[in-house]
Design a protein around this ligand. Structure first.
Ligand code: DAH
Length: 338
């Protein structure tokens, strides 16, 4: 009986069937009225009482194995799959396509890494902010036309400085830092900003900015120029910059920083409008009124700040001409930035 059980065990384990008829023939051959396993159960009746328990267990296990195997083959045939197709092939390439980092995220990370080297840390602030942090503390007087420079999405009128709005620039995070952190402050504040502008190839209602702030004793305009030139060298490989006088309520003096891009190709003529220079960011020395509004002694401390649009920098880096491409999530475009 032992060898018979062993042989049938092997047979049942290796059972294969190409179609339903073949499977049925196997079933009858093993478990039918005259099947091999059924016959063994007949023979089992002759076994001595002492051996009944052992053989009984083995026979039942064999019957169970044959039944399970036949059931499994049956459902495989119904699924239309064969046994070999069902086997897991660990050498097959994974079917999942890997994602890629969004170009805006990549550029943001590169900028952050460059400034990290010179001691800047990263801080973030709320996207829904109040009038105080976005405008008033940044020296925008109430009803001053400078507020019209930025087309604000207002959310809730809670009265003057408490009005809630979507921040129009990341300069609001400067205020939060100056109010809450010990000096010196050396921080970068990246994030989303919102402006009620018509969407076109060059503007979008939501875009990203990165703000920089450095406040300490004896921080000078020369420090700012040196820091910004270090940045353009590290990011664009171009060190020649110029600072053109400009106006922002929160800096005095204020400037626009241009980088000398060069005129080496037709594209350079196009993007620099034939001048060779490209405007990269706004910057300036933090206005003493802004320091005082946040409780910083403007006689003791000075600082500089700068702010740039991440989309603009990414468009230059990757020669993208339409800002909307960053937001359409077209995989054919996104996968080019692995
Ligand atoms: N907040 C300005 C904007 O959104 C950018 C800016 C200009 C930020 C000068 C600054 C700065 O920190 O000093 O246009």
């Amino acid at each position: 009986m032992e060898t018979q059980i062993e042989q049938l065990w092997q047979l049942a384990s290796d059972l294969q069937a190409k179609n339903a008829q073949e499977l049925e023939a196997h079933r009858i051959g093993l478990l039918g009225k005259k099947g091999k396993i059924t016959e063994l159960f007949e023979a089992f009746k002759q076994v001595s009482a002492e051996e009944k328990k052992m053989w009984g267990q083995k026979l039942n296990a064999l019957k169970k194995l044959a039944e399970t195997k036949i059931e499994a083959l049956k459902s495989q045939l119904q699924d239309g799959t064969t046994k070999t197709e069902n086997v897991l092939d660990l050498t097959k390439p994974a079917p999942l396509a890997l994602g890629s980092t969004h170009p805006l995220r990549k550029v943001r990370q590169e900028i952050v890494d460059i400034f990290r080297h010179i001691g800047f840390s990263v801080s973030e602030g709320p996207e829904i902010d109040d009038d105080w942090h976005v405008f008033s503390a940044l020296n925008f007087p109430a009803d001053h036309p400078a507020r019209d420079m930025q087309d604000t999405f207002f959310m809730e009128s809670l009265g003057g400085k408490d009005d809630l709005l979507l921040r129009t620039h990341t300069s609001s995070v400067q205020v939060r830092l100056m109010e809450s952190q010990a000096l010196p402050i050396r921080a970068l504040c990246p994030g989303r900003v919102f402006r009620n502008e018509a969407i076109s190839t060059r503007s979008h209602c939501m875009f990203h900015q990165i703000e920089g702030l450095y406040i300490d004793e004896n921080v000078s305009f020369a420090d700012m120029k040196q820091t910004l030139s270090y940045f353009t060298t590290a990011f664009f490989g171009k060190s020649q910059i110029r600072l053109r006088p400009s106006y922002f309520p929160f800096t005095e003096p204020s400037a626009e920083m241009d980088v000398y891009w060069g005129l080496n190709s037709e594209a350079d003529y196009r993007i620099t409008k034939g001048t060779g220079w490209l405007e990269i960011m706004g910057c300036g020395m933090v206005d003493p009124n802004v320091l005082e509004a946040s409780g910083i002694d403007s006689k003791k401390y000075t600082g500089f700040a700068f702010g740039m649009g991440i989309e603009r920098i990414a468009m230059l880096r990757y020669q993208i001409t339409d800002i909307r491409q960053f937001f359409e999530n077209d995989k054919r475009i996104l996968h080019q930035f692995v």
